[in-house]
Design a protein around this ligand. Structure first.
Ligand SMILES: Nc1ncnc2c1ncn2[C@@H]1O[C@H](COP(=O)(O)OP(=O)(O)O)[C@@H](O)[C@H]1O
Ligand SMILES: O=C(O)C1=C[C@@H](OP(=O)(O)O)[C@@H](O)[C@H](O)C1
Ligand SMILES: [Mg+2]
Length: 167
């Protein structure tokens, strides 16, 4: 069974939705953020604060490129789409689903932006990050679902429906 790879802005719901989706489809679940934490032996924000964004990105790229699971829902980090070869690697054995949420929804949900470990350059805002990232999410997506007006259970149902044609 192909993996289901969730991409999208931080706080669009990849992790929360992913674990419920995996249970519904009797698949396994993997959150690449947890692999990064394990590899680094510290939290995402600690890596970004202490080692810098470039080190974080290298580590994330390496971790995602090393994923070899099957029959698994994979919640990526919002920055996964920066790494072309890692995304191609995930796409080889996975259906890539973009969980789309509007800028205003993301802004509301990202109250803890300073601590949740978003890979933002100095001077970057949520709006500029959104503008830069959306074309990348669109580029790698096989299909997309909108999470804005739904509860997460409905987002799960929308993903199940969206991936039907690809499995
Ligand atoms: N329709 C929805 N789908 C997914 N998450 C939602 C939805 N509505 C509200 N949320 C909330 O948005 C947040 C998403 O966080 P998370 O799953 O960690 O996002 P990501 O992994 O994409 O960064 C959670 O606090 C979740 O409860
Ligand atoms: O969008 C980002 O730059 C990031 C999002 C985080 O994951 P979530 O998308 O699960 O919040 C995490 O991977 C990392 O700290 C960077
Ligand atoms: Mg997440």
């Amino acid at each position: 069974m192909k993996n289901i790879v969730l991409i999208g802005m931080p706080a669009c719901g990849k992790s929360v939705t992913g674990v419920v989706l995996a249970k519904s489809l009797k698949m396994n679940f993997l959150d690449t953020d947890l692999l990064i934490q394990e590899e680094a032996g510290k939290g995402l924000q600690d890596i970004i604060n202490n080692d810098g964004i470039e080190v974080f990105k290298k580590l994330e790229e390496q971790v995602i490129s090393s994923v070899t699971v099957q029959n698994t829902v994979i919640a990526t980090g919002g920055s996964a789409v920066y790494y072309d070869s890692a995304m191609k690697h995930l796409k080889e054995n996975g259906i890539v689903v973009y969980i789309e949420a509007s800028l205003s929804v993301i802004k509301k949900r990202l109250k803890n932006i300073k601590t949740r470990g978003v890979a933002m350059e100095k001077g970057q805002t949520i709006s500029s990050l959104y503008e830069m990232r959306v074309p990348l999410y669109e580029k790698y997506a096989d299909c997309k679902v909108v999470s804005d007006k739904y509860h997460s259970e409905n987002t799960v149902a929308a993903i199940i429906d969206a991936v039907k044609n690809y499995r």
